[in-house]
Write a protein that binds this ligand. Structure first.
Ligand SMILES: Nc1ncnc2c1ncn2[C@@H]1O[C@H](COP(=O)(O)OP(=O)(O)O)[C@@H](O)[C@H]1O
Ligand SMILES: [Mg+2]
Length: 271
């Protein structure tokens, strides 16, 4: 049995090809993430913060395999997520994106979106769902209930649902393979303010109920205070500071972290 060590990122570097220049100009590559090391322990919630363009989403994409790193290692419970051979280990990790509508296929019902992964990962699917439509419906309705949605949502497409409902469907879909780690990339940022609090509360209760680890990417430091055990601060592709949440808020070390906190306080005052 492998030890439960959680997510371990070591010296991760991700480089994108630069914008295509006209004529015979060379593409100059952009290093979006540079030598970042970051762990998320079992049951731990780590907030990843930093200004727009600092590389937060790129780290998330590298973890779930949407971009290939140019250097470094990413492991979950000691198994590399980068080896083709061990790609199954990725199913321990699920991601929720910022825009719930573009994350869901507009042509697919909630039931189809949620149950899709069971075809690709029969080993993680509930008993019988691949052959028996009634069992599949029951398993989907069970997941919908866990995210606070009625059974009739199963037959609906994204256009028939509100933004908050779509994000709940995305969360149900993320839970379908019983992941150990949930990555939330600005998962509540695109929602109406009143809905943000509800979806945030849902994420927190799901995390508690399932003992999930969480990598919570956000530019909203108010949210960080509510959810995070530890905070990692990104700036221009590099990790500048990582500390226990209370310590970071009370006694930030890096100038950039101080700036971020000061900016957040300004926002609080003006709102
Ligand atoms: N697909 C891409 N191709 C080229 N550059 C990209 C791509 N995605 C992001 N970048 C660049 O990488 C840097 C980090 O972006 P990103 O990870 O999205 O930051 P964040 O999520 O913190 O806003 C930015 O400079 C961005 O312009
Ligand atoms: Mg981003």
């Amino acid at each position: 049995m492998t030890a439960r060590t959680g997510l371990r990122i070591t010296d991760l570097t991700v480089t994108y090809p630069g914008p295509r220049t006209s004529g015979f100009g060379r593409r100059s590559p952009i290093t979006a993430v540079r030598a970042v090391s970051l762990d998320v322990a079992p049951d731990e919630t780590v907030a990843l913060v930093g200004e727009s363009g600092s590389g937060k989403s790129t780290i998330a994409r590298a973890i779930v395999g949407l971009v290939a790193p140019s250097g470094g290692a990413i492991e979950f419970d000691g198994t590399s997520l980068l080896n083709q051979r061990d790609r199954w280990a990725r199913r321990n990790i699920a991601m929720i994106f910022q825009d719930p509508r573009s994350a869901l296929n507009p042509r697919m019902s909630a039931e189809a979106s949620i149950s899709e992964a069971w075809q690709a990962h029969p080993e993680a699917a509930p008993e019988g769902v691949r052959r028996d439509p009634r069992r599949r419906r029951a398993a989907v309705v069970d997941l919908l209930a866990q995210v606070g949605l009625d059974p009739d949502v199963a037959g609906k497409r994204p256009t028939a649902l509100s933004g908050g409902q779509c994000q709940r469907v995305s969360i149900a879909r993320a839970l379908a393979l019983r992941p150990r780690l949930l990555i939330c990339d600005e998962a509540v940022s695109a929602l109406d303010v009143s809905v943000q609090a509800q979806v945030l509360a849902l994420l927190v209760s799901v995390r508690e109920a399932r003992s999930l680890s969480m990598l919570f990417i956000t530019h909203d430091l108010g949210v960080v205070r509510q959810v995070a055990d530890r905070v990692a601060v990104m700036r221009r592709g590099e990790l500048v500071e990582s500390a226990d949440a209370q310590t970071l808020f009370a006694d930030p070390r890096h100038d950039y972290t101080k700036e971020l906190l000061a900016a957040a306080v300004d926002l609080d005052v003006s709102s």
